[in-house]
Every structure is written in structure tokens, then in C-alpha cells.
Ligand binder design. Structure first.
Ligand code: HEM
Ligand code: HEM
Length: 140
């Protein structure tokens, strides 16, 4: 039971952190008129991104490992959309962070970074909504 409380806390934090990371990303991409990337906003975006990644992986582990004892059927069949979008969140967050930390030539990953970044935020929004519905269905 205690794992579900941690799961929800980490789950809501994943969404919030990702939202703030994306907002700093849009600032870095110069979407606010003249205000463009600075050393500070780059560092904040990078640090928040890494924390988001860790928190998403912990949330997934609390659902899949502690919640469902690594049971794939429970997670992806009975877990439904919530289980699947949870796995997708882990894949997207790794796909977003690892190349960004390795590849120095931003031009090559700029477009994919934009697509994956916004997709992750949409995925975590679905995750939050289906998570609340799942909680209501099981515990209320
Ligand atoms: C959870 C992980 C991350 C998310 C969700 C994310 C999301 C975003 C988004 C949505 C944008 C704006 C794109 C646009 O509107 O054109 C952006 C831009 C940017 N991000 Fe990230 N990002 C993440 C990780 C990182 C990391 C780890 C780095 C660098 C080490 C990084 C560096 C940048 C830079 C330099 C920009 C400015 C535009 C560009 O050169 O691509 N991001 N990010
Ligand atoms: C990054 C965010 C999240 C990830 C990666 C994630 C992932 C998962 C996974 C893989 C499961 C196991 C599949 C299942 O039984 O449904 C699960 C279960 C669950 N999640 Fe999440 N989740 C996240 C956020 C949330 C949030 C925000 C809530 C609630 C507000 C929530 C509520 C639940 C509930 C109620 C269960 C069922 C637990 C049980 O069987 O006792 N999740 N989650």
C-alpha cells in the first residue's frame, strides 16, 4: 500500500518537472521573442531534465516492480493505457536525455528533440489522467 502513495507522489512530480523542463526548453529555443538561451537557462533545463528522467524511472519501477512484481500481464493487459503510457514515458525520457548529453552538435538533433520533448509532455499528461482514474477505480 505504501508504494502506491510514493508512486502517486513521484508520478505527479514527473509531470510537474517535465512541464517546467519543457518551459525552459521553449525559452532555450528562443520562443519568447528576443529572450534566447543563456548559460543559466541551458544548465537549469539540463539539470531539470536529468531529475525528470530519474523521477519517471522511479515512478515506473514503483508501478511495475513493487506494484505488480514485474508481472508483464498485470502491467500491460490489466494496467491498460496507464501501463503502456508508463513504459512509453521511460522510453521517451531516455531517448530525449541520452543523445542530448552525448551529441554536441545540436543541429543534428534539434527537430527530434522538439518532437520527443513535446510528445513526452503529452504522454505524461495522459499518464496523470489515467493514473487518477485508476486510483479512483481501485481505491475509492
Ligand atoms: C526530460 C528531458 C527533456 C525535455 C522534456 C526537453 C524538452 C525540450 C523542449 C520542448 C524544447 C523546445 C523545443 C522547441 O520548441 O523548439 C527543448 C529545447 C532545448 N533543449 Fe531540451 N529537453 C530535455 C532534455 C534536454 C537535455 C538533457 C539537454 C542538454 C544537455 C537539452 C538541451 C536543449 C537545448 C539546447 C534546447 C534549445 C533548442 C535546441 O537546440 O534544440 N534538453 N527541450
Ligand atoms: C511518470 C508517471 C507514472 C508512471 C511511469 C506510472 C506507471 C505505472 C505502472 C507501470 C503501473 C503498473 C500498471 C498498472 O497496474 O496499472 C502503474 C499503476 C498505477 N498507477 Fe501509475 N504511473 C505514473 C503516474 C501515476 C499517477 C500520477 C497516479 C495517480 C494520480 C498513478 C496511479 C496508479 C495506480 C492507482 C496504479 C495501480 C496500482 C495498483 O495496482 O495497486 N500513477 N503506474
Amino acid at each position: 500500500m505504501i508504494h502506491i502513495i510514493f508512486h502517486i507522489v513521484f508520478g505527479i512530480s514527473s509531470f510537474t518537472l517535465c512541464l517546467i523542463t519543457v518551459l525552459f526548453g521553449t525559452k532555450n529555443a528562443g520562443r519568447f521573442g528576443l529572450s534566447r538561451i543563456t548559460k543559466n537557462t541551458f544548465n537549469i533545463h539540463r539539470t531539470l531534465a536529468i531529475i525528470t528522467g530519474i523521477v519517471v524511472i522511479i515512478s515506473f519501477s514503483l508501478g511495475f516492480v513493487l506494484g505488480n512484481g514485474l508481472n508483464i500481464v498485470l502491467t500491460f493487459e490489466f494496467g491498460g493505457i496507464h501501463g503502456l503510457t508508463g513504459l512509453l514515458a521511460v522510453i521517451l525520457v531516455l531517448l530525449q536525455i541520452i543523445p542530448s548529453l552525448i551529441i554536441k552538435k545540436r543541429k543534428t538533433i534539434k527537430l527530434i528533440h522538439r518532437i520527443v520533448g513535446y510528445s513526452l509532455l503529452i504522454d505524461l499528461t495522459i499518464q496523470l489522467i489515467t493514473g487518477i482514474l485508476r486510483y479512483a477505480a481501485i481505491y475509492i
